[in-house]
Write a protein that binds this ligand. Sequence first.
Ligand code: FAD
Length: 391
Amino acid sequence: DPPPIDADFYNIDGKLSAEDRALQLRVRSFLEAEVKPLVNNYWLHDEFPFEIIPKLAELNVCGYVYQGYGCAGGTSLMDGIIASEFGRIDPSIATFLGVQSGLAMGSIYMCGSDIQKEEWLPKMQQLKVIGAFGLTEPEVGSATAGGLTTTCRRTDKGWVLNGQKKWIGNSTFSDITIIWARDLDDNQVKGFIVRKDNPGFSVEKIKGKMALRIVQNGLITLTNCLVPESDRLPHAQSFKDTAKVLQMTRAGVAWMAVGCARGAYENALAYTLQREQFGKPIASFQLIQNHLVEMLSNLTAMQTLVFRLSELQDEGKLKDEHASLAKVFCTLRTRDIVSRAREVMGGNGILLEYNVARFLADAEAIYSYEGTKEINSLIVGRSITGFSAFV
Ligand code: FAD
């Protein structure tokens, strides 16, 4: 008999407390039972499985790291492990949770007033209010730090927002969207909680994606969209505050990539053990084993890297360049792992039902969002050389 499939080669899970390990296993069995059976079909049809939202609420891991407001107040390490478990089963559902729990709740938690936190975070933790995060624009992707063209201006009636936001995950059905806009008066980036029924706010679904097809991305248009001062995030005073949210969520994306890579590796290894050619399991061929070992080496390097990343985060020592390095390394290695997984499965590697094709496609989006390889590399490059090479 072949040995059991073990994608935790260096026993990282052995570092977890019994309580954390139990949470990890609870999340894993939930995802295997409730999410795995649904995702290929929803992915194929480019639709979101709304029936899982109440079940996700019951799982009670949304907003896991925040203190108060019904949130668990847990460690960044366990938050990462949860993101990785989601990524292992489906990167789209992992992204849905990442947008809700990280980008949207994180913006309110880090930049909101006490009243805003009381109003939104408990309902978002319970997934009764769904959030989105609107930073990217049709003409401004990598250059959002200095180049946002969406504007806000304070008037007697409140703030008036104008512009467009592209790629905004969850926004086709979100109750609120955090919108980042440049103030025409002081030229600083400010953040707003924009409600879906706000006049002047409209969303069009982006169709035809070949990755993360379950995630519903929208093109948002803001036309003289009036937002009251009470819905402005008071602690978002410049892009530096937006970047604090991105630092946390980039660490989360690195973990999610680890999960995506692990899911692909486990499926591929299982396949090579049972698929026979020339009268033998293909796992017995040297060239196949080479692919499997390359995958496992990269996966193990990623697992140890994100483990230390989260320790730094929990010690309060995480810097932008730490999160960026992990995001670049893990999403780049994941791309390599998913393509080898697909390769060792031959033709079946491109069929959805064999569970690797989805990871192969989804890795492409994870690689590009939350800062491309180039942009995150330039963040690391700036920190190690002292030279900013963005422009
Ligand atoms: P561009 O900025 O046009 O870049 C194109 C290429 O040029 C890239 O390879 C880039 O690295 C390179 N490049 C750009 N500048 C430089 C430079 N100075 N030096 C070297 N190379 C450079 N955004 C949100 O706000 N909210 C969301 O919820 C959200 N979800 C997303 C979901 C998906 C599936 C996708 C694909 C994107 C999502 N995004 C979201 C947007 C995402 O963050 C951007 O796509 C990303 O930041 C890259 O911007 P861009 O696509 O405009 O590419």
